[in-house]
Design a protein around this ligand. Structure first.
Ligand SMILES: Cc1cc2nc3c(=O)[nH]c(=O)nc-3n(C[C@H](O)[C@H](O)[C@H](O)COP(=O)(O)OP(=O)(O)OC[C@H]3O[C@@H](n4cnc5c(N)ncnc54)[C@H](O)[C@@H]3O)c2cc1C
Length: 433
């Protein structure tokens, strides 16, 4: 008898898991349960008045051979590779990203400050890297931290930087040597580095094209079927008004929400679930008539801008906006579960866009939509690793596997979802031998 594998969530992770499990069809019978009336989750896309929007720009950052091969298999000719044009707005200047490698754009005084502090930090060779704050200070010195690392990350995480660990930084914050910093300050070396120096994007259909390709041939996706009341002792859950039984359960739903759905957890695991923290995001997808600002996306460390990042959705593919228009995604971060006054936020954003010269008084809005991302970034504080570890170990023993940025509760991205899903499918198939 094939194993009954049930997957919670039809975002990129759940779909990729079902896609890879197709190979083991004889051993595993797979169904997906999705709360929404559509697939894709955060990696979906939607069409509105001739525009294609993602739920905030979603770019494929592919750094492995298997990730690239899978994207090619899924998208075929429907993908392009694009060289990043990203900038940090600082003191009215447009500084190439990464900030720490492009100090040449700053005023002389600011360059000297950043470089001399970076040299001091290098000289101090501090091994105090317990918090993000100390890690960044040890690596870059006070100048780069004061100007970019601290204000930008405070805005993004909405969490005290001295309580954040640097565990998430590896891939996401390019680590530069002192030599790189100095060359970037005095030799105008704008070497495009980091995990997103080039990226891939579908020519049409937005990021959602990847999810659509994964879903092809999957005939067991149950939409409008939020999973609740998981009885892991009897291996059943409720979804779409039915009781469903399983042998193995794969969850891609946000881990804190899974904790609430699991019935009969022991006290220490319940406590561990309560330790999980996150920030919340709002994204304003908005399109204007006129000419787009030059660049793919921009970072805003300064308080005078209400957003932390703005991306030009229409710069990723020609098909995503009608001629003579452009589209933006504007990202705002808040503390965990905080709600925002969206009218106020929009007014502030429009005024900031004018200040930046992205739009002017005459710019006409063609379409706009807000999206709330309740679980934005899982927060890596001092309790994160232990709590997450306890939960993962306990649930694995109950035949519950966790997958994806929110399922496995980690700062991750689409390529990792695709690859982790392949590895998990293999593990499940092995178990069912
Ligand atoms: C602002 C922002 C920008 C990002 N940009 C990028 C980028 O450029 N490149 C990149 O690679 N990554 C990016 N990411 C990360 C990327 O969004 C995630 O890695 C990816 O969405 C993870 O997919 P997932 O399927 O695991 O989760 P999700 O997309 O959240 O999918 C989970 C699915 O589960 C469903 N669900 C939830 N609860 C239940 C329930 N109880 N029952 C049934 N179904 C349920 C949801 O409706 C959803 O469809 C970004 C993330 C954010 C927040």
């Amino acid at each position: 008898m094939p194993l009954k594998i049930k997957i919670i969530g039809a975002g990129i992770s759940g779909l990729a898991c079902a896609y890879h499990l197709k190979k083991y069809r004889a051993k595993a019978e797979t169904s997906l349960y999705e709360a929404e009336d559509k697939i894709g989750g955060l990696c979906g896309s939607y069409q509105e008045k001739g525009f294609t929007f993602d739920y905030s720009g979603h770019l494929l950052h592919l750094s492995t051979r298997s990730g690239k091969a899978l994207a090619r298999k899924l998208l075929g000719r429907n993908q392009t590779q694009i060289k990043r044009e990203a900038f940090v707005f600082f003191k009215g200047k447009k500084v190439e990203f990464p900030f720490q490698n492009n100090l040449f754009r700053l005023d002389k005084k600011d360059i000297s400050y950043c470089v001399s502090e970076a040299i001091k930090a290098y000289g101090a060779q501090s091994d105090k890297k317990d918090s993000f704050k100390n890690w960044a200070l040890a690596l870059y010195g006070k100048g780069i931290c004061e100007y970019f690392m601290f204000p930008y990350n405070s805005k993004l995480w909405n969490f005290p930087l001295e309580k954040l660990t640097p565990q998430w930084c590896g891939k996401f914050i390019p680590a530069y040597t002192l030599e790189d910093i100095i060359k970037g300050a005095y030799l105008k070396r704008n070497k495009k580095t980091g995990y997103n120096s080039t990226f891939y994007y579908p020519k049409s259909g937005g990021c959602g094209a990847i999810c659509s390709a994964l879903a092809q041939g999957l005939d067991n996706i149950n939409l409008n079927s939020a999973v609740t009341a998981i009885d892991f002792k009897n291996k059943t859950f409720k979804a779409g008004g039915k009781t469903v039984s399983y042998d193995k359960l794969v969850s891609t739903m946000p881990l804190p929400a899974l904790g609430k759905a699991l019935k009969g957890l022991p006290a220490d695991i319940k406590t561990a679930f309560k330790e999980l923290k996150h920030n919340s995001l709002y994204v304003l997808n908005i399109a204007f008539k006129g000419k787009a600002p030059k660049g793919h996306w921009f970072y805003f460390p300064e308080d005078k801008y209400p957003f932390y990042r703005v991306g030009v959705q229409s710069s990723f593919s020609k098909s995503s906006a009608p001629k003579g228009t452009f589209s933006l995604y504007i990202e705002f971060a808040l503390r965990q579960n905080c709600k925002a006054d969206l009218n106020k936020l929009k007014q502030k954003a429009i005024s900031a866009l004018k200040d930046l010269g992205f739009i002017d008084e005459k710019s006409e809005i063609v379409t706009e939509k807000w999206h709330h991302i309740r679980y934005g970034y899982p927060i890596y504080d001092g309790r994160y690793a232990k709590a997450r570890g306890l939960i993962l170990d306990y649930l694995a023993k109950q035949d519950i596997y966790l997958l994806g940025r929110y399922g496995a509760w980690e700062y991750s991205f689409m390529e990792k979802s695709l690859l982790d899903a392949a590895a998990l499918a293999k593990t499940i198939a092995k178990v069912s031998k």
